[in-house]
Design a protein around this ligand. Sequence first.
Ligand SMILES: N[C@@H](CCC(=O)N[C@@H](CS)C(=O)NCC(=O)O)C(=O)O
Length: 214
Amino acid sequence: MKLYGYWRSSATYRVRIALALKGLDYDYAPVNLLEGEQTSKAYLARNPHGLVPALETDDGAVLTQSLAIMEYLEEAFPAPPILPDDPVACANARAVAATLACEAQPFMNRRVQLFLKTDGGFDDEAMKAWLNRFPGGAMAAVEKMIAKTAGDYCIGDTPTMADCCLVPQMYGAMRFGIDVSGLKRMNEIYERCQTHPAFAKARPEIQPDAAGGS
Ligand SMILES: N[C@@H](CCC(=O)N[C@@H](CS)C(=O)NCC(=O)O)C(=O)O
């Protein structure tokens, strides 16, 4: 398999964690977002939306959208699982993953940020308010959601797709200056994940393209 991504992209980070949890090897093809490579003709042929990640399977299929890619990995490589067997627990894991991937991270996307700063005239104060209200609000909802489900991880005591989304979201939130101090459970899970070998392997700073970023 070949993963097209960017070291600090949270959506790519999710897929790296899922691949590592499943112990899958893959080639890595960096797409430099700062240089606009996501809008190159070659990359748009892989993902017409111009977003990373994309995963090319061994059969040559090119998959996009991190949640869909993780679902593919779960179906194609079931062991070890990243979704619980129990249908309710499974739906809870998907709900946490979707809240972070669909209701939090899109507000932090590079092209959204650029638009707000240029066309929207957002200054630092306005951006801070935006980030704390929308991604911050979705994260506060997740903190409440996992109050009912968490053990060592978001859903029970085994990492799931929810944790694949939580860690990159916390990483990005801290980078963007979102106040995460009230998210007690999420902080605990984030810290625990840092000590898990699969999460450690997926860390942005140790990816091959990390040195070239900013
Ligand atoms: N919903 C998509 C989001 C993908 C996404 O937002 N990717 C960002 C990096 S995390 C990106 O490629 N941004 C490029 C840009 O904003 O131009 C997924 O989960 O894969």
